[in-house]
Design a binder for this molecule. Sequence first.
Ligand SMILES: Nc1ncnc2c1ncn2[C@@H]1O[C@H](COP(=O)(O)OP(=O)(O)OP(=O)(O)O)[C@@H](O)[C@H]1O
Length: 312
Amino acid sequence: MLEFIVNPNSRCGRGRKIWNQVEQKLKEQGVEYGLHMTSAPGDAEGFARQLTGCRGEEGRKPCIIAVLGGDGTLNEVIQGLTLKQPVTIGYIQCGSGNDFARGMKLESNPMKMLERILHPKHYRVVDYGIAATGLYPAAYRRFAVSAGIGWDAAICHNLLDSAAKRFLNKVHMGKLAYFVIGLKQWALAKPAQGTLVLDGARKIKLKNMLFLSAHNLKYEGGGFMFGPKADPEDGLLELCVMENMSKLKMVPAVLSAKFGRHGIFRGVHFYRCREARVHMDRPLAVHADGESCGHQQDFAVTCQKKKLRFIV
Ligand SMILES: Nc1ncnc2c1ncn2[C@@H]1O[C@H](COP(=O)(O)OP(=O)(O)OP(=O)(O)O)[C@@H](O)[C@H]1O
């Protein structure tokens, strides 16, 4: 059975428009499907948990979960999967950032992507990350794209309740929201001190760190290639750290990440690892796939190898 999880409010209502077209096509083709329409944050996670639970909803075992929404909705679905049975995910992008679809090079036309979901030919089995925050007990959040601490996470927190994002999405200028809020959070950003431990073995001092992001896929922030070598099939995360540089210098460094060229700036460091632990001298914003994980002093990421099967 094909089960759809749909966020009608993605990109200020674009989700509903695309769903209407998808539904029409499904009816025309006589496809049997289930529909789970979200009405609030957290719903998509609950639906995914129900659909993949031990007994499933009334014992049903879905073959394919098709997600229609943005990166936030997809993240909720991944967070909700019990992974007790094999599950295949089809994803129709309709968010404002779309970093998952960009990183996976998915078809951007919703109707063409629907065709692929209805008649799958190619699959990719990919890794996902887990972000752990706090200490005893830690809270866990899966991520498909990236998780981070510092400036990039502060932008995500701000975007989640931003009237500017809602307005700009309505006038089809959603990308500008990332720029405007990025600039505001840049002005507010204060460097912090901390330590980073890679795979339990290599200890690195973080001096005047502005942000650290851990990537399963290359892009975040609506197309910034902060993890240019991230590969979702290698069982590793690529970490990008910006530290020990003036805030003024941070501007060209971030802008050049659009082309994955930020590595040329002194103060930009990359690491590849299975697991990383960060301890900061004060709480900083933390995100996983753009979803808020609060403000934290302790933040850890691990990579779970080849666990999610996607239709591509
Ligand atoms: N029906 C709903 N109404 C309001 N918010 C919802 C609803 N369903 C899901 N959400 C929440 O909306 C947030 C954003 O949704 P989504 O990611 O689909 O779209 P977006 O923000 O436009 O795209 P992107 O994440 O790519 O920027 C998610 O964090 C999700 O928890």
